[in-house]
Write a protein of this length. Structure first.
Length: 103
């Protein structure tokens, strides 16, 4: 019979949140994760009327690009883009968006 050697558990405990944060930082995925979170928050904060007219969302560095199907809605959103940017950054809890460009 094979004998198994059990190792002692470490007395240090880590929360799942801390472990996930460490994982994201070690693989340099934290920024991409926060960008994906911003896209999800866009859908929650803006509501169904805006989301149905949103065609595409993508990031280039710290700029969020949002393609809107409706020209009047795009104009209305561009008038309040600093407020939208601040809402998204506040909802995420970190400043990752420096500019929003509506296409």
């Amino acid at each position: 019979m094979a004998s198994y050697k059990f190792t002692e558990r470490k007395s240090q405990f880590f929360s799942i949140n801390d472990s996930i944060d460490d994982f994201l930082k070690s693989y340099k995925l934290e920024n991409r994760y926060l960008q994906t979170l911003a896209m999800t928050k866009w859908e929650i904060l803006m509501g169904p009327a805006v989301v149905t007219r949103t065609e595409k969302i993508f990031f280039k560095e710290d700029t969020m690009f949002i393609k809107i199907k409706s020209a009047p809605l795009k104009h209305q959103l561009s008038m309040s883009k600093t407020k939208i940017k601040d809402m998204l950054n506040e909802e995420i809890g970190k400043i990752i968006i420096n500019e929003i460009i509506f296409l």
